[in-house]
Design a protein around this ligand. Structure first.
Ligand SMILES: *Cc1c(COP(=O)(O)O)cnc(C)c1O
Length: 385
């Protein structure tokens, strides 16, 4: 069976009623036949039938053994960090998602968990950072916003040799494009807020584990800390996943066309898109990803913050907003929005210049999106001189 068929048909028909859409079990508790005798559900923090469908579905999608649904992507990240103990060290990708950086720095550091940030686009860099205290490797590929690509198989090899857990934040690729567990990862996390939900209408997070043993540990933390996903949002994510394959294919096709268009624009300096042969580590992305995804970043020769703000504010179809992965296209200027809290020098070192613009390419017709960008470039002041 092919991937899309398998996904659609691993969402079970409701065994009680035959409902083809998963019922939303909006309940806090479940009546028991005798004390401790029940149908597998006792209290909805521990388990909920709607959430259980999503959890089994994401495990299947990521080729893992167990899946768990959380109230947000950050709650999912938090659950994985809680596998660690005081004194443990993490080695993380230097372009880590800002919210993960904040959690590690301002919450976990005071509990004695420390992080080293490494440029993981060159896997051997990780080797130099490993100490006897290192327990976890934390990778994103592609990263936000300059889409840096790391070689997951090479990194998984390092993790295995040094007995480290490898966790991949697979939010940007989604399992329709990349399945890190098949490349050797132990854990995968998602902000399901993005491509899995896919419609910019919810906040959710997921954890998938390679082994049932690791799954039991996450399950314990999920129930103990309690940051679970509610049944309605679980239902929305299931509904989103039903069209994931189709969406990611089209997001990627649109993004490829737009990235190639951006390359032809005289005011554009760098175009960051893993589907361009010029993109650093493009060959690795081509090996480990089935699609290159819907996110593009680019900056301007003028490196003018004002020019970038003009572009970001004057597109008609690309709406100015944070977040990504929805059916409608979004544009943002990271230096003023998602990456505002990062010092300018540090931002520039990772390519987040004042004129950098990030696009989340949606499912509109590519021609219309290109015309939207064409129009805004043609009215850019520095171009008209
Ligand atoms: C958005 C995002 C998160 C955080 O997810 P929330 O659902 O907003 O909590 C984590 N990682 C990446 C890569 C993201 O884009």
């Amino acid at each position: 069976m092919q991937e899309n068929t398998a996904i659609l048909h691993s969402i079970p028909v409701d065994p009680l009623t035959g409902a083809i859409s998963t019922p939303i079990y909006q309940t806090s508790t479940f009546v028991q036949q005798a004390p401790g005798v029940h149908l597998g559900f006792d209290y909805a923090r521990s388990n909920n039938p709607t959430r259980a469908v999503l959890e089994q579905l994401i495990a299947k999608l990521e080729k893992g053994s167990r899946g768990y649904a959380f109230a947000s992507g950050l709650a999912a990240i938090d659950a994985v960090i809680k596998l660690l103990e005081q004194g443990d060290e993490i080695i993380a990708v230097d372009d880590i998602y800002g919210g993960a950086f904040r959690l590690l720095t301002h919450v976990y550091q005071k509990f004695g968990i420390t992080v080293k940030y490494v440029d993981t686009t060159h896997a051997p860099n990780i080797l130099e950072a490993i100490t006897p205290k290192t327990k976890l490797l934390w990778i994103e590929t592609p990263t936000n916003p300059t889409l840096k690509i790391s070689d997951l198989q090479a990194i998984a090899h390092i993790a295995q040799q040094h007995n480290l857990l490898l966790c991949v934040d697979n939010t940007f690729a989604s399992p329709a494009a990349q399945q890190p567990i098949t490349l050797g990862a132990d854990l995968v996390i998602h902000s399901a807020t993005k491509y899995l939900g896919g419609h910019s209408d919810l906040i959710a997070g997921l954890v998938v584990t390679k082994t049932p043993e690791l799954g039991e540990k996450i399950k314990f933390i999920q129930n103990a800390s309690g940051a679970i996903l509610g049944p309605f949002d679980a239902w929305l994510v299931i509904r989103g996943i039903e069209t994931l394959g189709l969406r990611v294919k089209q997001h990627s096709q649109n993004a490829q066309a737009i990235a190639e268009f951006l390359l032809t624009q005289p005011s554009v300096k760098n175009v960051y898109y893993p589907g361009l042969p010029s993109h650093h580590n493009h060959h690795i992305a081509a090996q480990q990803q089935r699609h290159f995804g819907g996110i593009i970043a680019f900056d301007l020769h003028s490196d003018s913050k004002e020019d970038a703000a003009y572009i970001a504010s004057n597109t008609q179809l690309f709406k100015l907003a944070e977040s990504l992965g929805g059916v409608k296209s979004l544009v943002c200027q990271p230096c003023e929005m998602t990456h505002k809290s990062i010092p300018r020098e540090k931002r520039y070192a990772s390519g987040v210049t004042d004129s950098l613009i990030r696009l989340s390419v949606g499912l509109e017709d590519a021609e219309d999106l290109i015309n939207d960008l064409k129009h805004v470039f043609s009215t850019l002041k520095s171009d008209r001189k």
